[in-house]
Design a protein around this ligand. Structure first.
Ligand SMILES: Cc1ncc(COP(=O)(O)O)c(C=O)c1O
Length: 392
């Protein structure tokens, strides 16, 4: 048996290598900021999700330290036992206040929040409709949950409408039971494009619940950084916000109404059976919410950098316009993309090549991300290196 496992593992690894899709994990030696140090060499970092530049922010670090002074190290237990502290409670209340929901249920990661949401809400007779490009955590949970899952073409509201009409169970008008759940990201992680949320909610109204995973929109878009839904003027039944990107930390919350929050508290296994995030982290996250909401200059700075990026690169093959800090630069084949990333590293620029299966075949890309900590000069340097490498 052991040998069979070894053979299978070896074969999978060999295949991955043959396909040129093997990934490598390399430690960075200091913080993850607009620059990074790897193997003692410093690079300008265009590969983090630290959109607002909070991951290494000193004020936020101080808040975390204060949280440790107040609450100690770990939470010591799952939330329903003794792991839920006044710091967790204050964070939940602040999130509700900021985003206009009655309840916020905290999780240690966006991955577990998404899995918990789908596993605890969906039953066998239900229909789950997901955008084809949704994050792995959503697609995987959809495949494993008992409901029927269908995927609609990326951002294609007509296709979604047809799928609801053909597959959806109509609501029971007597008890208003919802049997269909539509799930989309607010901002798509690999393309940086926005979901047409206002159109999607038109279609789901009365016929399905809508869940929006706003991992890449929260903090970055909308008034006070309230995200894609605020920008689109909608309020879905379920909103997932994650803290590993614009908030510079980690963790996540599902925002919902009172009754759904109570249901998740009782039944979401990733919440019930998992150690609560450290209270010091909840304390720091509270500070992060305050900074995200009030420090508009970070979003203004990003807007300036987008402008600089667009001005300098819009004529180069591979450039794509987005309204977000995610700037995909599509190269095509995995091998070529890897080579381009390597050549940029020789110029002290760190960019990650994103290859299949993360993106479709033939759509390998550099996933360029901008953060409020970058300077215009750094963006200009990137643009001029890309110019000369692509156009010769
Ligand atoms: C759209 C989306 N949802 C969820 C997640 C998972 O979040 P976390 O990193 O907090 O587990 C990610 C992470 O990359 C993501 O891009």
């Amino acid at each position: 048996m052991t040998q069979a496992f070894s053979r299978r593992i070896a074969a999978s690894l060999e295949l991955r290598q043959q396909q040129g899709l093997q990934r490598k994990i390399t430690p960075i030696e200091k913080g993850n900021t607009s620059s990074l140090v790897r193997n003692h060499k410093e690079y300008i970092n265009f590969s983090s999700n630290d959109y607002l530049g909070l991951a290494a922010d000193k004020k936020l670090a101080k808040a975390w330290q204060k949280g440790i002074d107040l609450y100690g190290n770990g939470s010591g237990a799952s939330p329903l036992v003794t792991g839920f502290s006044s710091a967790h409670q204050a964070l939940e209340e602040r999130l509700c206040d900021w985003l206009g929901y009655s309840r916020a249920i905290l999780f240690s990661s966006g991955f577990s929040a998404n899995q918990a949401m789908l596993f605890s809400l969906l039953e066998k007779q239900d229909l789950l409709l997901q955008d084809k490009l949704n994050h792995a955590s959503l697609i995987e949970a959809g495949m494993l949950c008992p409901a029927t899952m269908k995927r609609f073409h990326h951002n294609d509201v007509d296709h979604l409408t047809k799928q609801i009409a053909t597959n959806g169970l109509t609501n029971n008008p007597l008890d208003g039971a919802m049997n269909s759940l539509v799930v989309t990201e607010g901002v798509f992680s690999m393309d940086g494009d926005l979901a047409p949320l206002a159109e999607i909610i038109e279609v789901t109204q009365e016929r399905a619940w809508l869940a929006v995973d706003d991992a890449h929109g929260i903090g970055v878009l909308g008034k006070e950084g309230q995200g894609s839904c605020q920008l689109a003027g909608i309020k879905p039944q379920l909103l997932v916000v994650t803290f590993g990107k614009a908030f510079g930390l980690s963790g996540a919350a599902i925002m919902c109404d009172e009754m759904t929050g109570e249901y998740l508290t009782q039944f979401a296994r990733h919440h019930v059976y998992s150690t609560a995030m450290p209270p010091s982290q909840a304390y720091a996250l509270h500070q992060a919410v305050n900074m995200v909401a009030t420090e508009q200059w970070r979003r203004d700075k990003l807007a300036e950098l987008y402008h600089c990026y667009d001005q300098q690169l819009s004529s180069v093959l591979g450039y794509q316009y987005t309204q977000t800090p995610i700037k995909p630069f599509v190269v095509g084949e995995a091998e070529q993309t890897m080579q381009l990333a390597e050549r940029l590293k020789d110029k002290d620029l760190w960019l990650t090549a994103i290859r299949p299966p993360t993106v479709p075949k033939g759509r390998a890309r550099l996933r360029i991300t901008l953060t409020a900590n970058h300077t215009k000069q750094q963006v200009t340097q990137l643009a001029s290196e890309l110019h000369s490498l692509i156009e010769g």
